[in-house]
Design a protein around this ligand. Sequence first.
Ligand code: ATP
Length: 363
Amino acid sequence: MARVAVKELVKRFGKVVAVDRVSFEARDGEFLVLLGPSGCGKTTTLRLIAGLETPDEGEIYIGGRLVNDLPPKDRDVAMVFQNYALYPHMKVYDNIAFPLRVRKLPREEIDKRVREVARLLRIEDLLDRYPRQLSGGQQQRVALGRALVRQPQVFLMDEPLSNLDAKLRVYMRAELKRLQRELGITTIYVTHDQAEAMTMADRIAVMNEGKIMQLADPAELYYRPANTFVAGFIGAPAMNFIDASVRQRDGSVMLDTGVFTVELPEHVGKILLESGAPSEVIFGIRPEHIDISKQELPGGYQVEVFVTEPLGAETIIDFKHGDTLVKAKYPGHFEATPGEKLWIRFKLEYAHIFDKRTGKAIV
Ligand code: ATP
């Protein structure tokens, strides 16, 4: 087990700054996820830690030791990739045993460790098969076994579940999480899938354009996103963003969206004014934090249904706000036809207000 820390890490590829002054620490035994859209620098960050890339600037520490100048094999990390790259001509047993044979461990020790790992991964019955005789999920487990058998201090995983079908992916998420908990190995896991990140991570570093936008636990990212990027990236359907102007009247503070006037709770208005009160803000509200009804809702607004998306357990109702669509999520089936008038009401205790200029959260 070990802490992993990176400090002011920079990696450039020609003109592209793939990793732009990234600093974070994965605690001992932690499951840390690097989450972000394609090209944001997640994989490069992981490869820098593994020693597969050399940083242009910054420091990498594993277990308190500066490893910048250590080759990958001496960093005591194991990496699992999206494509499992098993040796097709070797049986499962030999695939798993391979890294230990390279290290010339005694035969009995190898056998003991391979069987232990196989038991942990529940693949004892598969040791005699060739990779082509395995399902995707089984192959992935063998790949994990090959990484685990070395008993590394740190696991580095790059989208290891993305080649699996949806059902197996969800199953393997839980399996992998269980395994990580059981072994307590510090794990840094790369994904662009926010559901995967939210379900597996102790903490998540949300990245964009080579930078960390916020590092926090899943609940904090959901309830207290630091900026519009994180707010829009975490949650599905995404948070609604509505441009608004701040107005004050008779001691209360309101947001004027041009369509609605939202009167803010007193303490929220106060925070907004004390923040230096930018006049233009973005009002952020998640679809699940909008009440919706056919009957009039006190403190609500009347809207016209644009389209409904019935998903079974819930219904997404889109309505137009000027030129943008706002989505509301109803927990259940909701029958509505386009053009129909409905009432909505914002659950203001869950609303967010961002500075329009910087995108940073104010409330
Ligand atoms: P994805 O989810 O698509 O794998 P990512 O977040 O992992 O994306 P990286 O693979 O780290 O992103 O890439 C970050 C940026 O660096 C991208 O603009 C990418 O094109 C660039 N990049 C990565 N590797 C190289 C390379 N070997 N040569 C040139 N540019 C690279």
